[in-house]
Design a protein around this ligand. Structure first.
Ligand SMILES: [Zn+2]
Length: 143
């Protein structure tokens, strides 16, 4: 009789822990995908933080051994750290001032003049080509 009860408890415990673990694993192994955007990363980070919370809860409830808890905790924390880093990097590259810089650089490359004589690039303020010395007309250069 006792054995049956133990078996039921074991099956229940195993099933209870096993299913969420499977779900969690599936959620995090998708991280290697190439088409990742910021919202994707944010939701994955939320997901992993949720898992870390779950693991802590399970551990406190005695459903996880200390060893399992530490292993999993470590694993998900590393993953969360990586995700947070990626998010920061992605956010950083989307900063408006970076964008402005890019636009400015692009505009500069458009307005950059070249010497009518030799074709070498010259600064907009230059009156003579530094390469061949030809005179450059700056009167019509401004918009
Ligand atoms: Zn020149």
């Amino acid at each position: 009789m006792d054995e049956l009860i133990l078996f039921v408890i074991a099956a229940f415990t195993f099933g209870y822990i096993g299913i969420p673990l499977f779900r969690k694993q599936k959620a995090t192994t998708m991280f290697d995908g190439s088409d990742i955007d910021l919202t994707d990363l944010e939701s994955r980070k939320e997901n992993i933080l949720e898992i870390i919370k779950d693991i802590e809860f399970d551990y406190k409830m005695g459903k996880l051994s200390a060893k399992d808890y530490q292993e999993m905790n470590q694993k998900y924390r590393t993953e969360a750290t990586l995700l947070i880093q990626s998010i920061e990097e992605m956010k950083d590259s989307q900063k408006p001032d970076r964008l402005e810089e890019e636009i400015l650089r692009f505009r500069k490359s458009l307005t950059q003049k070249s010497c009518p004589q030799c074709g070498n690039p010259v600064l907009p303020a230059d009156r003579y080509c530094a390469h061949c010395g030809a005179g450059i007309d700056n009167s019509g250069g401004k918009e």
